[in-house]
Design a protein. Structure first.
Length: 404
């Protein structure tokens, strides 16, 4: 098998711009809390920031107006030296201090030819949730014509022996430091080191061994966060490669997607539930939507909790529609055509939204050890099944890469 991973030429902000105003949280966070993004805007002011290179999903409806500005900012940052070469043909080792501890990662690229988001995929790189193709067009609008890629994709590897990332971190004192800064909105602290030359080749050999241990047609990497961003990169590559000859297809930068690789066994990687908020409906109305699963109130461990102003119901499904509670809830919502809904990280955010005439559905967390076996056996999980940490612990945009 050809290698499905590679190093990259990665750009970073020049030293004078390596402040907490550069990295910003993943674009798919705080989609029902525009005030969070407004807070970021006020704090950043006129300073150069990765915020200028992304389209927060809370503003997807404004894509036509915002996308040209994003593309212009990419060109300006390259031309004016805001972005400079950080690593050439290598990787970046990351250390993220978050509430659960110190989370480690490797920024690299993966071959989109080894990734397939269609149902029943047996590709080496797979999504962990179903891809909603209707969600791709506005994201494709950002990527089409963009000279740069800023990525928040967190890719998981199943490495119980801790053979890939952890040895690099143990030898970090021999690596060239790249950045060490705080993250806004309580995101903790982020440090990065360049992994080049022999150190990079050692990582590749470890990854080769990991691939060899994977059963034929098994999963090598699973998209933990950024499923739809990875699908967007794939859809864009499928468009671009139509106009290329075979030699060009092998080396075109858009064939690859930037990711941060994380070991699913990292102790600081915590799977949090992704809750639902159904807008404009009472708890009784949502209870009726869930009725095919025969929900009953319980004093024990609930499958979900309905929350609205003045009401909280702990429910157990007597006729679940899926092996996971989140799957049962999602099937009920989909079967009734409920569209005015948001997927929310964090119980506090659900409580706030539920107090505004809406109903929140709190869901339990998934055991992360079950992820690879579940995807291998059953394919992609119901969308928004789990979150890797709270919203403020998502990947912040730091490195960028040329894709044109």
């Amino acid at each position: 098998m050809e290698r499905i991973f590679a190093g990259a030429d990665l750009y970073l902000p020049a030293d004078e711009y390596k402040t907490d105003k550069w990295p910003v949280i993943a674009c798919d966070q705080y989609t029902s809390q525009p005030e969070k993004w407004q807070e970021m805007e006020r704090y950043i002011g006129d300073s150069p920031s990765a915020l200028r290179l992304i389209l927060p999903e809370v503003y997807l409806g404004e894509a036509a107006r915002r996308v040209p500005k994003i593309h212009a900012a990419m060109e300006t940052y390259l031309r004016d030296g805001v972005l400079v070469s950080g690593v050439r043909g290598g990787l970046v080792l990351t250390e993220r201090q978050c509430t659960a501890g110190c989370r480690l990662g490797l920024v690299m690229t993966v071959d989109l030819e080894a990734y397939d988001y269609s149902p029943g995929s047996r590709s080496p790189i797979r999504p962990t949730e179903g891809t909603v193709v209707e969600r791709l067009p506005p994201r494709l609008a950002v990527r089409r014509g963009a000279v740069l890629e800023a990525s928040h994709i967190l890719l998981l590897c199943d490495d119980p022996e801790r053979s890939v990332i952890e040895p690099v971190y143990a030898g970090r004192t021999a690596l060239r430091p790249l950045y060490d800064l705080d993250l806004m909105l309580g995101g903790g602290r982020l440090r990065g080191w360049a992994v080049e030359g022999d150190a990079c080749e050692a990582v590749f050999r470890s990854l080769d061994a990991l691939v060899e241990r994977t059963e034929k047609d098994g999963i090598v990497f699973a998209a933990g966060d950024g499923n739809h961003s990875l699908a967007t990169a794939k859809a864009s590559w499928e468009e671009i490669k139509q106009g290329l000859n075979e030699a060009e297809r092998r080396t075109h930068p858009a064939r690859f997607a930037s990711v941060e690789l994380i070991n699913i066994y990292d102790e600081a990687l915590v799977f949090e539930p992704i809750h639902r908020v159904v807008f404009g409906k009472s708890a009784d109305e949502v209870l009726d939507i869930l009725s095919p699963a025969r929900p009953e109130e319980t004093c024990g461990m609930p499958d979900c909790v309905l929350m609205s102003a003045g009401k909280e119901l702990k429910l157990k499904f007597q006729a679940p529609l899926h092996a996971l509670p989140v799957g049962t809830v999602q099937k009920c919502l989909d079967n009734r055509g409920v569209r005015d809904i948001d997927y929310v990280h964090g119980e506090d955010a659900v409580r706030v939204l539920a107090g505004k005439g809406n109903t929140g559905i709190l869901l339990p967390a998934m055991d992360k050890a079950l992820l690879f076996p579940a995807v291998e056996k059953n394919g992609a999980l119901p969308r928004k099944t789990f979150s890797m940490g709270e919203a403020f612990e998502k990947r912040y945009y730091m490195e960028v890469r040329r894709i044109l």
